[in-house]
Ligand binder design. Structure first.
Ligand code: 13P
Ligand code: SF4
Length: 350
């Protein structure tokens, strides 16, 4: 059988299982998934919308998450006792999420505590992180965020304390700080393998936003040179990028935002316009197909290999083994504390 025929068979088989299962099954698909997976999803969304869907879908016994591991784990944290969350490939990870772990974040917290009272400090954890870090954040009066609500989360944190420790994405933190008008010298980077994060005690005392040095390799691929070239070649085009891009790129773009914000931007652009998008390639390609009256182009071709690990074959296998294959589990104590951070985020709204 050709690969095309196998895909067609898998697609049809998935549709049949969806029909049989009805409301007891929900398939959530992140916007960076392959076109055919997005088509089969009951909901496509950004990380925030999918967390909200997972929290709201209490009637579904099985939640199958087509995205990367931290997203499925967030769904498992928010799921009820009787729900099972599965991911078609356990190895679909996020390298940025792996750039911070409980040991190094706890150590940073203690080291900052040697300079100032940590009662002044509020942790904000990007959802692209392990459950143990969400639990750390929950226990320490902090909140989760996604790229859709990072500014809101930081504003919320400044109402609770004087300083924010933001991890693991330096760029989302910095771009959000810039958007909120924080002066450059009040944002410092915490280099996780250096004493005091590579800062002096005075730097830490002066800082309001302490940024972990994590990054997304898909988004740090985009450079100011890409924007300059695009402006030269397509002077009438609008450029929008994801806030995981470096600040130099975000500042040169016309707009920035989460994957859902990017989709809205394209949908709201006038017919006949050209939009250049700096985010994961699958989403850009899909937008070009779904909005034929506009031209949607990638700022550069940059794909997330982990998102691409979810295939029709793996989704079918998961659905044929509902409740048993690749079940995402979080231990009860971690779940309880991590839910505090996620619930605070959900209460902030998008
Ligand atoms: P969104 O929160 O915009 O969906 O992005 C998630 C992500 O992993 C971006 O790289
Ligand atoms: Fe992680 Fe970047 Fe892939 Fe998003 S695009 S899942 S942040 S590696």
């Amino acid at each position: 059988m050709s690969a095309k025929d196998a895909d067609f068979e898998a697609f049809s088989a998935i549709q049949r299982i969806k029909q049989e299962q009805g409301d007891s099954l929900v398939i959530l698909a992140h916007h960076y998934q392959r076109m055919e997976i997005v088509e089969l999803g009951d909901f496509a969304g950004d990380s925030f919308e999918l967390s909200r869907r997972a929290a709201a879908k209490k009637d579904a016994r099985f939640i199958v998450f087509c995205g990367v591991h931290f997203m499925a784990e967030s769904a498992a944290i928010l799921a009820g006792e009787n729900q099972v969350v599965q991911i078609p490939d356990m190895n679909a990870g996020c390298p940025m999420a792996d750039m911070a772990d409980l040991v190094s974040v706890s150590r940073a917290w203690e080291e900052i505590g040697s300079v100032l009272d940590t009662k002044k400090l509020v942790p904000i954890v990007y959802v692209n992180s392990d459950a143990s870090l969400k639990a750390f954040t929950g226990r320490n009066r902090g909140c989760s965020c996604t790229s859709a609500n990072a500014q809101k989360a930081i504003t919320w944190a400044f109402e609770k304390g004087e300083k924010v420790l933001f991890f693991p994405d330096e760029h989302l933190g910095r771009n959000s700080g810039n958007a909120l008008g924080l002066p450059t010298d009040e944002m410092i980077v915490w280099k996780s393998n250096e004493p005091l994060g590579g800062n002096t005690a005075q730097d830490i005392e002066r800082a309001r936003l302490i940024l972990w040095d994590g990054f997304c390799h898909v988004h740090t691929n985009f450079t100011p040179a890409h924007i300059e070239q695009a402006r030269k070649k397509f002077p009438d085009a609008k450029i929008i990028v994801h806030p995981e891009c470096p600040q130099e790129v975000v500042k040169l773009a016309d707009a920035s935002g989460s994957t859902s914000r990017i989709i809205r931007f394209v949908e709201e652009a006038p017919s006949g316009s050209t939009i250049i998008v700096g985010t994961e390639f699958n989403l850009v390609q899909r937008l070009n197909i779904t909005t034929p009256e506009k031209v949607v182009m990638p700022l550069a071709r940059s794909a997330c290999p982990n998102m691409a690990k979810i295939t029709l074959g793996k989704l079918l296998h998961t659905l044929q083994n509902l409740g048993t294959f690749n079940v995402v589990k979080v231990d009860p104590a971690t779940k309880k504390d991590a839910a505090l951070a996620l619930d605070r985020m959900l209460a902030l709204a998008g």
